[in-house]
Each structure stands twice: as C-alpha cells, then as structure tokens.
Design a protein around this ligand. Structure first.
Ligand SMILES: NC(=O)C1=CN([C@@H]2O[C@H](COP(=O)(O)OP(=O)(O)OC[C@H]3O[C@@H](n4cnc5c(N)ncnc54)[C@H](OP(=O)(O)O)[C@@H]3O)[C@@H](O)[C@H]2O)C=CC1
Ligand SMILES: O=C(O)[C@@H]1CCC=N1
Length: 270
C-alpha cells in the first residue's frame, strides 16, 4: 500500500473517503494528509474526527505522498494544479474525483507524463455503500490501479471502466443517489397528502426503497420481473404504473441521465 497519501480539497467527498480508509485500517491515520484552499476550521475538524494530518501548506501535504487525491470542484482544478505542480513528480499517482475532468487534461496541466487515475464515487461512500467508477489514464501501472481500487473499496464497490464511459458512470452513479432522493421526496409528499404522519411515512418509504434495492441484489430477477410480481392484473400497482407511463417518467429518467452525462462532458471541456 502507499506509505503516504494526500487529499487536496477537504469537502464532503474527501471526508467520506478519509473516513472509509481510516475505518478500514488499510492506512494508519498518520499516513493521510489533507489540505484545502483556506478553511482552517475544516482542517481542524477533520484532524479531530479522524486523527489524520492536516496542513494549510501544500508542500507539507504533498511532499513524500505517493498518491495525491484531487477533491476540489472542477472550476478550481486549474488553480489547484498550478499550486501543487512544484511538488509533483513522475513517481506519484494523481487520483482525481472531479466530474468531467479528463486524465490527460490533468497530466497536461502538470506538464509531465505522470499517472492519473480518475474516480467517480458517490455520497453513499459516507456510510460504506458507495459505488465508484475508476479509470486509468496513460502511464498508470497495474499496481497503481489495484492500490486505488483497494482504497475506494473501503467505501463500497469499485467498477473499472474505459475513460469515455466515465460520463455515463457519473450520470448514473455519481449523481444517481440524488434521483432516488427526488423520488422519495415525491413519495413523502404524496403519503402526507394521503393522510400518513411523517414518522410513519418515513418508516414505510425508507424500508420500501431499501427492500427494493436488496431484492435487486439478492435475487437473480431483472427489475422488470420484480415489478411484474407486484403488479396484480386490475390491481393498484397496474394503475400506478399506468399513471407513471402517462407522465412519461421512464423517458424523463433516461433524459435526466443523458443530460447529466452531457453536463459531465461540458465540465471537462470548460
Ligand atoms: N458531492 C458529490 O456527490 C460528488 C462529488 N464529486 C466530485 O468531488 C469533488 C469535490 O466535491 P465536494 O466534496 O462536494 O466539494 P466541496 O465544495 O465540499 O469541497 C471542495 C474542497 O476543495 C477545496 N479547494 C478549492 N480550491 C482549492 C485549491 N486551489 N487548493 C486546495 N483545495 C481547494 C475547498 O477548500 P476551501 O473550503 O478552503 O475553499 C474544499 O475543501 C468535485 O469535483 C465533484 O465533482 C464526485 C462524486 C460525487
Ligand atoms: O453534481 C455534480 O457535479 C457532482 C458529480 C457527481 C455528483 N455530484
């Protein structure tokens, strides 16, 4: 495993990864460094919570680190790369979790032929249920991608894909939890209108979404078959699904994934 890793960016995704890595014991907390742009309070908070090393000095964070995680927003990446460039060398691996941003762009900005791995985790990483897509840029060794896989597996599953597939990975898995939350919001609203109190509605809906997810995982059945098993002819589900179809919900979800993927491409181009 890497002897030292550094996080550049200390936001919610950085924290989810740090929490998972520390909890797993794959690295000791003192092997993990984190830095950010200016928020000192946030650095202190992460040190207190996870006993990791935090510093506002870029060189201290990065020197000696074998893997450098980029965890800032895509709009901040050019500035951040300029700041770390003096301390980066070819023997390090850069692991970017930025939406859209290509591995080649990062290597080009750093001005050297170095290894860049691109990852797309999601917020469920916070509780160890993340789904991460990983891809490797030019120069990445098999050992480096396997080490990255081990780190991301501390927060959930890892799927290795080709780089051109990362936009779709971002659209279905990176953004994906938000679509399910959106559906839950609508169900809660409908349950309230239907006369359920909030506590009962939450209990019923959360367990329903959890149960549906586990059915998908634990049975070999396709979602269409699982749906068919619920849908009695002339029954309630049939009427509900018919209403979803009348509102073109399937088309809307496909369009949402397509547009999120387009936005990922735009973020890369900008
Ligand atoms: N949120 C999500 O669901 C997912 C997000 N991502 C990707 O993860 C990345 C981070 O997202 P998120 O954690 O939500 O973002 P946050 O806004 O929570 O955190 C961004 C962090 O970047 C730091 N930062 C900004 N500029 C610099 C710089 N020049 N040098 C060092 N640090 C800098 C900020 O520091 P300061 O506060 O001091 O300004 C802050 O700590 C994004 O690129 C996003 O595309 C990927 C998968 C899922
Ligand atoms: O919305 C975004 O751009 C980021 C990437 C995936 C999830 N959140």
């Amino acid at each position: 495993m890497f002897k030292k890793i550094a996080f550049v960016g200390a936001g919610s995704m950085a924290e989810a990864l740090i929490a998972g890595i520390v909890k797993s014991g794959v690295l000791e907390p003192n092997q993990i460094y984190v830095t950010n742009r200016s928020n000192q309070t946030r650095l202190q908070e992460l040190t207190q919570l996870y006993a990791i090393q935090s510093t506002s000095d870029t060189e201290t964070a990065i020197s000696g680190a074998e893997a450098i995680f980029l965890a800032m927003k895509p709009k901040d990446v050019v500035g951040a790369l300029a700041e770390i460039k003096p301390f980066v060398s070819k023997d390090k691996v850069i692991i970017s979790i930025l939406a859209g941003t290509e591995t080649k762009f990062i290597a080009d900005q750093l001005g050297m032929d170095l290894s860049v791995i691109r990852a797309m985790p999601n917020t469920s990483a916070t509780i160890g249920y993340g789904a991460t897509g990983l891809t490797k840029g030019a120069f990445v060794t098999e050992e480096q991608i396997q080490l990255a896989r081990t780190l991301f597996e501390t927060v959930g599953t890892v799927t290795i894909v080709d780089e051109e597939q990362m936009h779709t990975v971002t659209a279905v898995a990176g953004s994906g939890p938000a679509y399910f939350y959106y559906i839950v919001e609508a169900m809660e609203e409908a349950a309230k209108k239907g006369g359920l109190n909030q506590v009962d509605a939450k209990e019923l809906i959360y367990q329903t979404i959890l149960g549906a997810a586990e059915m998908l995982k634990q049975t070999d059945d396709e979602p269409a078959l699982l749906r068919k098993k619920i849908t009695s002819p002339g029954g309630t589900t049939e009427r509900g699904i018919k209403t979803l179809e009348e509102h073109s919900v399937k088309e809307a979800i496909e369009a949402a994934v397509y547009q999120a993927s387009n936005r990922s491409k735009e973020l890369g181009e900008n």
